[in-house]
Design a protein around this ligand. Sequence first.
Ligand code: NAD
Ligand code: UFG
Length: 335
Amino acid sequence: MKILVTGGTGYIGSHTCVELLDAGYEIVVIDNLSNSKIEVVDKIKEITGKDFKFYEGDCCDKNILVKIFNENDIDAVIHFAGFKAVGESVLKPLKYYRNNLDSTITLLEVMNEFNCKKIAFSSSATVYGKPETLPIKEDFPLSTTNPYGTTKLMIEDILRDLYVSDNEWSIAILRYFNPIGAHKSGLIGENPNDIPNNLMPYIVKVATKELECLSVFGNDYDTKDGTGVRDYIHVVDLAKGHIKAIEKVLKDTGVDAYNLGTGNGYSVLEIVNTFMKVNNIDVNYKITDRRPGDIDACYADPSYAKEKLNWEANLGINEMCEDAYNFVKNFKEDK
Ligand code: NAD
Ligand code: UFG
């Protein structure tokens, strides 16, 4: 079976490529390298000992997608390619609507032309907006609070409409909670060049002294210790979820959404303290104002994915914190 992975050199995509190759799939990867590095291709090959074709190109460009489908017998697609920074999407909405929607529609058109109608799509827990109760189930009302989230919801709607129009399609909508951590090898992971927006990359940069102090955004939330609670999931567990989703879309037709989370909520301070303990290192932090738009708590009910995909997360926050730090230490030693 040959899987096209869009955005395959990115953070979640690269880990999924490793799991796909390890599971015996052939892969073809396309990425425009707008938020990842070409070196990742060799790292994936090094970890798995397997080869694959990489196309540097943009999923908004129909010509390169047609070329890929002409040159390879693609059975299914995992579509990671897209922009993901919530704050930037508020400042530059058109950039987000253009890239995330255009790349997806172009990809779906080309898939249709080549009669390849099986896809797993990277959605996000952000489509639940501000949930009224927890844990979050897939049938909760959907809404968004920023343009990035709106692109995810619009794409979900496009995929649902597509299935209504043609029920040969087989579509898995994967709603990720908060992926952190890295591959055990320390060869792939997440290390943004800019000042990170997300908690774990920021903690790591404070630990490595690239940044001075973590701001903990608010300690007056209605949570166990007042700081925000999220469902952190090890990126390798998340990657394994894609293997199960691909098995499902290869087997059945239909459109369905699945929460990929652990079901456990941890506060910002729990994550910071665990990180310090397992890595035996200090992380300077101070409590600051809330970040606008943040919610108190967000965690999944992952039972539907367990029932339908036979998938559940196994790795805990100790491993998530250890592996996140291990990757960045390795990465710095490489330089
Ligand atoms: P990432 O930025 O590391 O990976 C995305 C990859 O897509 C990058 O390598 C980038 O260069 C590439 N890309 C972007 N636009 C492209 C285009 N038009 N054509 C070709 N390549 C393009 O992000 P990630 O964390 O790996 O996220 C993967 C997907 O999962 C994204 O769609 C993201 O919105 C979604 N997601 C991520 C999170 C998270 O917290 N990381 C949470 C929920 C959903
Ligand atoms: N936080 C801090 N300090 C920081 C960064 C974050 O205290 O420097 C806190 C936040 O207030 C929040 C928690 O850490 O309570 C997690 O924040 P992240 O920015 O890491 O993650 P979010 O839950 O805000 O958002 C992430 C992705 C979104 C996605 C969402 C749901 O960035 O794209 O998870 O999947 F939509």
